[in-house]
Write a protein that binds this ligand. Structure first.
Ligand code: DGL
Length: 270
């Protein structure tokens, strides 16, 4: 067994992937995490597909060169539902993608009405439609794509108060759906959204169970570390955040980064 701390590269357009970092740290505290935000190209969820595949490929190439990770997590549903086949073909390092948790949501829904809250890109993807057809074909799936909610999560992590009430209007398409009253499960299919989990749960009430992919992703990372015979230590190690654009508002994120033990901020401008 090799006793250096395993190196993980966890990547998103913005702060959303920090929800995945939290889940990974919970299961695997002793990994050295580089969190990368492609803030130069944020947001991903409204980008054209060709442009997004090209961008994710280029950014990952630069980051993998810089970090030399043992495992990469594309902690972004918008990117993973589109670009995984292409990027897996290019890189030899194991790549874990984050995709909508439709399968577990359908497995636990009793009412057979489930919600899907994601970016407009993720909602529209063929990959997402295929997940629904494979795992939730007997469910009514009520989908809403919202880029606004992504922005609210970014503000929340910079210390701005995002009230439950302020989210009510954003989610009005969901509330307005004729089957909303029967919905018992809602998939948070954008990694930004678990960052607003308390507000969303308060807004939706206890009737609706919120499901995301975080814990499953942490288990998948653990699987890869076992395969690679890398053992994480028992305690947390040093973590770094990398941004692709200099921006004043990265300052405002430092307290949220610190909570996750990310004390160093670096730049890989592109
Ligand atoms: N966090 C990302 C996701 O899981 C995307 C947010 C965005 O850049 O639009 O889809």
């Amino acid at each position: 067994m090799n006793h250096r701390a395993p190196r993980l590269l966890i990547f998103d357009s913005g702060v959303g992937g920090l929800s995945i970092v939290a889940d990974v740290q919970q299961l695997l505290p002793g990994c050295a995490i580089t969190y990368a935000s492609d803030n130069a190209a944020f947001p991903y969820g409204t980008k054209g597909e060709a442009e997004l595949v090209e961008r994710v490929d280029a950014v990952l190439r630069a980051l993998i060169d810089k970090v030399e990770p043992d495992v990469v997590v594309v902690a972004c549903n918008s990117a993973s539902t589109l670009a995984l086949p292409q990027i897996r073909a290019h890189f030899t390092v194991p790549i874990v993608g984050v995709v909508p948790a439709i399968k577990p949501a359908a497995a636990q829904s009793r009412s057979r009405v489930i919600g899907l809250l994601a970016t407009p890109g993720t909602v529209a993807r063929a990959y997402t439609r295929d997940l629904i057809a494979r795992f939730a074909s007997d469910c009514t799936v009520v989908s809403q794509g919202s880029s606004e909610l992504v922005h609210r999560a970014e503000e929340h992590l910079r210390g701005k108060t995002v009230t439950t009430e302020s989210l009510r209007e954003l989610l009005s398409p969901l509330f307005a759906h004729p089957r909303f009253a029967d919905m018992d499960t809602l998939v948070l299919a954008c990694t930004h959204f678990p960052l607003l989990r308390p507000q969303l749960q308060a807004l939706l009430g206890d009737r609706i169970t919120l499901v995301d992919s975080g814990e499953a992703i942490a288990r998948r990372v653990s699987y890869w570390l076992d395969e690679l015979k890398l053992t994480p230590g028992a305690t947390s190690t040093e973590h770094t955040a990398v941004f692709t654009r200099h921006s004043e508002d990265v300052e405002g994120l430092k307290p949220a980064l610190k909570v996750l033990g990310i004390d160093t901020v670096e730049w890989r401008l592109m």
